[in-house]
Design a protein around this ligand. Structure first.
Ligand code: SF4
Length: 560
């Protein structure tokens, strides 16, 4: 990260933390952002006896953070733990740890007071000492100063992983992902089939219990379909209580299968309880049932943020700022820091080519025209380029119609293993003349660095708007009421986030050079272009619209 920004972060972060403020940071893409933010946070926490928890969406980023910790604490004197949930670490798939043999194996004679523990290391140790890796991580967590893991563990299970919230600083990487992640985590579906199964299961119970519970299930069903808040709230509470009793009986009678089913259903009821608590909630009809989900993440995060010493979130794209401040539950007492790009502006050429439509209905018609623009762009300077495309169908269309010579075409598949992805990056690192077709918002557009000569440019086809689904439409109506512009917040903002994340792949250090080309009519529309952060232009984003992109890009490359 450029020096000036580093200095700012070294000043701001401890000062704000001293006042226990939450901090949101927009910092342009580039190598070293994580380190520049973590360094002052860790220093502050060490002097105040606080713990630091770092959460991110990507495994690759967790590995980067652990690498940084190795630098920060070379001798591994402070306990650092990579955390994972039971679903990933459990070796026996048993519902209850108390019934599991691994929970009762004696604790290994380990030094719990120092060391860095990645998941691999924890699993390795657990195997060596014939104990459970999931439980072992908690032993280390008690003494840990630093922990890193996926968002889910803090958003859904903060009580499990964070022992002393008021003495913990929470750091979120790529924080723009959080509103959608919370909506995903706090969503639940109930189906007719499930109710039928439940009624069958509880027929094992004595008559009195059975008749009362059947009635409750019927009322719950009515509540689920009507969506009436008060009714739903009361009945969920009652049903939870009933099922907890049923669960205890199942456990005492060693009816494991029944207990597991009841536990699963109680988990769903608990999620619903939270969804209602953070209402207004969204509900949509699904085949044979109903789906509920959180709409307004502001309430959720307001509640979440106040539990910890401080919450720090950062991202390269937080536009519009007021939207993220609200959706992430920040208040006027908290801080929003915007850092400017300090990489030489002349090292990057950003152009918008708005002469072609990329609307769904026009794609078949315009794919050849866009293909010829791509060919022109990559022929100016031979190098490595990534074309980001918003959907798999659209990507397939380019795969069939884009004929290129003198370049190797690499195409992202719907599912790619870690090693396949590594092969792609390896190819880019070790050769030139590669054109990658990749998905916007996919594994090649976020959380991957392409330093130095690896990448000469990205070409982004179309704003990457989310698909129109019933859930999105409910969200659109919610934003319409909240901000008076539903389409913007439900579709354009997330669509442009993907675009800007992809654009950020090109310049990762002060020596990098490259082009960023946005193709599509809509990029020139006010609602879209206004979301482009200032570090992409000098005075106005409209200066990026190009009538003669070939001359401009030729001129740009001729400077090097
Ligand atoms: S003790 Fe470990 S292995 Fe056993 S059920 Fe619990 S998580 Fe699974």
């Amino acid at each position: 990260i450029p020096r000036n920004n580093q200095v700012k972060l070294l000043q701001y972060i401890p000062a704000f933390l001293e006042e226990k403020k939450n901090i949101l940071i927009e910092a342009p893409s580039g190598t070293g952002k994580t380190a520049a933010i973590l360094f002052p946070v860790l220093k502050f926490a060490l002097t105040r006896g606080l713990k630091v928890f770092y959460f991110t969406a990507k495994n690759t980023q967790q590995a980067e953070v652990l690498k940084f910790m190795k630098e920060f604490d070379k001798e591994e004197k402070i306990v650092t733990v990579q955390i994972q949930g039971k679903e990933k670490l459990c070796e026996t798939n048993q519902q209850n740890c108390e019934d599991c043999i691994y929970a009762h194996t004696p604790s290994p004679e380990l030094d719990l007071h120092e060391g860095h523990f990645s998941i691999d290391k924890l699993v390795d140790l657990a195997h060596r000492y014939k104990t459970c890796p999931y439980l072992l991580q908690f032993k280390y967590l008690t003494n840990a100063f630093f922990a890193v893991g996926d968002y889910n563990y803090i958003l859904k299970d903060s009580i499990v992983f964070v022992e002393s919230p008021k003495k913990s600083i929470i750091v979120f990487d790529e924080v723009h992902n959080l509103p959608d992640r919370v909506r995903e985590l706090y969503s639940v579906e109930f189906s007719e089939e499930e109710f039928y199964q439940l009624e069958k299961f509880i027929s094992f119970y004595p008559y009195v219990f059975l008749s009362q519970t059947e009635n409750l299930i019927e009322t719950f069903k009515e509540g689920i379909y009507s969506g009436e808040e008060i009714k739903l709230k009361n009945i969920t509470k009652k049903l939870l209580y009933k099922f907890f009793r049923a669960y205890e009986i199942a456990i005492s009678k060693q009816m494991g299968f029944l207990a597991a089913k009841l536990q699963e259903f109680m988990g769903k009821l608990n999620t619903l309880k939270h969804i209602i608590k953070y209402g207004p909630y969204g509900m949509v009809e699904k085949k044979g049932g109903m789906k509920y989900f959180i709409l307004d993440t502001e309430k959720f995060f307001k509640d979440f943020n106040k539990r910890f010493y401080s919450v720090i979130g950062f991202s390269s794209t937080l536009r519009p700022p007021y939207y993220y401040l609200e959706m992430l539950g920040f208040s006027s007492k908290d801080e929003f820091v915007i850092l400017q790009d300090e990489f030489p502006r002349e090292n990057r050429k950003v152009v918008i080519i708005p002469k072609v439509s990329t609307l769904l209905r026009d794609r078949e018609k315009t794919v050849d025209k866009i293909s010829s623009i791509i060919k022109q762009l990559i022929s100016i300077k031979k190098g490595n380029y990534i074309v980001f495309i918003p959907s798999l169908d659209y990507l397939d269309l380019f795969k069939k119609r884009l004929k290129i010579f003198g370049y190797t075409l690499l195409v992202q598949n719907a599912i790619m293993s870690h090693s396949e992805r590594k092969k792609f990056i390896h190819k880019l690192k070790n050769s030139t003349g590669n054109l990658v077709l990749a998905l916007s918002g996919g594994i090649f557009s976020e959380g991957v660095d392409y330093p130095g000569e690896i990448l000469d440019g990205v070409i982004i086809i179309s704003p990457s708007l989310p698909q129109v689904t019933e859930e999105r439409e409910v969200l659109r109506r919610f934003y319409e009421e909240k901000y008076g512009d539903g389409f913007k917040y439900a579709y354009i903002v997330p669509g442009m986030i993907r675009v800007l994340q992809a654009a950020g792949r090109v310049i990762r250090s002060s020596d990098d050079r490259g082009i960023v080309v946005l193709i599509g009519k809509r990029f020139a529309y006010k609602e879209y272009i206004d979301l482009i952060p200032q570090h992409f232009y000098t005075e106005s984003p409209y200066e990026l619209i190009s009538g003669d992109y070939l001359t401009e890009i030729k001129k740009f490359w001729s400077l090097f």
